[in-house]
Design a protein around this ligand. Structure first.
Ligand SMILES: Nc1ncnc2c1ncn2[C@@H]1O[C@H](COP(=O)(O)OP(=O)(O)O)[C@@H](O)[C@H]1O
Ligand SMILES: [Mg+2]
Length: 400
């Protein structure tokens, strides 16, 4: 909330203009100054400045709410992905008011997810949509209007059989191509007005990593700090916008290879390349601080050239789980409504709302990658993080 613009806090236009001349535009900018500095910059008396600081503090302070109030609004807390198994695991879909990151290797389907979500956001509410506009910030020139229309017409053929509906949908997706870090930052600074004018119910930044990684060589001294500051600023602005407008913000990220022990890798590491190497592992780019900025992290990864997986790697409400998908004409298609155990790749029956944790014993169809081959394997039907942590601990102790 500290990123809130001063002109949205009730401060007079005249004072806002005076402060803007000194690059004081947000609550944080103003509240970082001493009263004497504000007096000089805003041309106000000491008494006026104290009142100004108090009203701005109040305007950006998070308001208190009870769990009961949040519970009552739960139907309005998520944006459905139209993938029922993923929605069930995420307790309704992508959370509004927070940041969701989709990260994965090139060509795995991150931009396809973004385009599909754009179509969904424009749909009427009775179809699970948000009946809203979309702000789509494209930093890789990967957005395709043809593909957007193809996804819409293939996924909802009955609804988009009328040309007017297709035109209306496409007209609600507002595309900004921003190809440098400064352009992205400037766009985010102006996004508040754009959200209001386009009635946006969804903001997409595809991708947050590409411009940052192009411009910042973090092996050079000082660059890592600059990059962290830039990412911190972007995350703060996006979080503020997500909260202020109660909308989902979706970001895409790339992957990177780290040199180090396999045992050091966290839940965000990828299968495949990492398992074949002794001295490296593949993980989400942009570092640890960034990973704490996103509230939900979905990892997309290849199983083979056709088959891919979505991993719920970080979520305050969902278990750590894996879903198989393919990219089709209609966008993302889940291959089954089942989820996989992250430690052994075993498929669980569809997780339904009433699924209770139950013990599940089965014969493994293939040798367990992390344990000595055994004829049977027992674990919980409900996938838990414990299961994955246990598996990683075993993997690290084996690699030592
Ligand atoms: N019309 C289509 N039908 C089926 N698959 C498609 C279609 N268009 C793109 N794809 C698939 O989408 C993948 C590229 O996805 P994309 O979202 O651009 O990747 P990235 O993760 O790099 O953003 C490719 O595997 C491509 O085959
Ligand atoms: Mg892409």
């Amino acid at each position: 909330m500290a990123s809130k613009k001063l002109r949205r806090t009730g401060v007079s236009l005249e004072v806002c203009e005076r402060l803007k001349r000194h690059q004081i535009e947000t609550c944080q900018d103003l509240l970082s100054l001493t009263p004497l500095e504000v007096m000089r910059l805003a041309g106000q008396s000491y008494r006026q400045v104290l009142m100004l600081l108090q009203s701005v503090s109040q305007a950006c302070a998070p308001s208190m709410t009870t769990a009961l109030e949040v519970w009552k609004q739960r139907a309005d807390l998520c944006f459905s992905t139209s993938l029922p198994a993923l929605d069930r695991l995420l307790q309704g879909g992508l959370p509004r008011g927070t940041l969701t990151e989709v990260t994965g290797p090139s060509g795995c389907g991150k931009s396809q997810v973004c385009m599909m979500l754009s179509v969904l956001a424009t749909l009427p509410k009775y179809m699970g949509g948000l009946d809203s506009g979309v702000i789509y910030i494209d930093t890789e020139s990967a957005f395709s209007a043809e593909r957007l229309v193809e996804i819409a017409q293939s996924r909802f053929p009955d609804y988009f059989c009328e040309k007017e509906r297709v035109l209306e949908m496409a007209g609600r997706v507002h595309l900004f191509r921003e190809l440098t870090c400064q352009d992205v930052l400037d766009r985010l600074e102006r996004l508040e007005e754009d959200i209001i004018s386009s009635k946006a119910g969804l903001v997409i930044l595809d991708s947050v990593a590409s411009v940052v990684r192009k411009e910042y060589d973090t092996t050079l001294p000082g660059n890592l700090t600059h990059r962290s500051n830039l990412l911190g600023q972007e995350a703060a602005t996006l979080k503020y916008l997500a909260q202020a407008f109660h909308i989902p913000v979706v970001l895409t990220n790339q992957i990177t290879t780290h040199v180090g022990n396999r045992g050091e890798r966290g839940a965000a590491s990828f299968r495949g390349a990492s398992d074949e190497r002794d001295s490296g592992y593949v993980t989400a780019a942009l570092g640890n601080t960034w990973s704490h900025s996103v509230n939900t992290r979905l990892i997309v990864q290849y199983v083979d050239t056709h088959q891919r997986q979505i991993v719920i790697a970080k979520s305050p409400v969902a278990p750590f789980a894996v879903l198989n998908y393919t990219v089709q004409k209609e966008g993302i298609r889940l291959e089954d409504s089942a989820a996989l155990c992250c430690s052994c790749g075993l498929t669980f029956p569809a997780l339904t709302a009433d699924t209770q944790p139950r013990s599940h014993t089965t014969r493994l169809p293939w040798p367990h990658p992390l344990e000595d081959p055994q004829p049977t394997h027992t674990h919980e039907m409900m996938i838990t993080r414990k299961c994955c942590i246990k598996a990683q601990t075993r993997a690290s102790s084996r690699s030592e």
